[in-house]
Design a binder for this molecule. Structure first.
Ligand code: SF4
Length: 139
């Protein structure tokens, strides 16, 4: 019989909109072709212009650019909100249910120290956690 995942009863999560995961230390928001096309359409510019302004090549992958302080290029610092929320990339949609955060209870706890939405709000069931996690394999 297979062992139960440590989070088989689900995990509490409700985003507070603090913007913590969109700001701060430099990082990467990986994007693919479909996501780039959706974001470009949402802000009504063509894909080539979007890529020139907002995408950087990192090896064989592509990431959104960021401001010099590390904030995501689409984070509105005044309103503390994402300017492209409806078309945000998978990496943002699936947070915090990434494999790296779910590996152990300790990994989850370490993430929760920086994400006030973790361990708060309604329980997200295992099926939903796994659905989100599988969308972002390898992160
Ligand atoms: S750090 Fe957590 S609570 Fe804050 S915006 Fe990101 S997901 Fe939401």
């Amino acid at each position: 019989m297979s062992e139960k995942l440590w989070y088989h009863n689900g995990l509490k999560f409700q985003c507070t909109g603090c913007g913590g995961c969109c700001t701060g230390a430099p990082g990467f928001v990986w994007v693919n072709k479909a996501e780039i096309e959706a974001m470009a359409a949402a802000i009504k510019i063509d894909v080539a212009t979007f890529e020139r302004r907002y995408v950087r090549q990192i090896g064989i992958r592509r990431s959104l650019t960021e401001f010099s302080n590390g904030d995501c290029v689409f984070f509105d610092a005044e309103r503390r909100t994402c300017q492209i929320y409806e078309v945000r990339p998978r990496q943002c949609r699936t947070w915090p249910f990434w494999t790296s955060n779910l590996r152990t209870p300790q990994c989850w706890a370490a993430m929760a120290e920086h994400c006030p939405g973790a361990n708060h709000g309604p329980v997200v069931p295992l099926s939903e956690i796994e659905a989100r996690r599988s969308k972002l394999a390898g992160v």
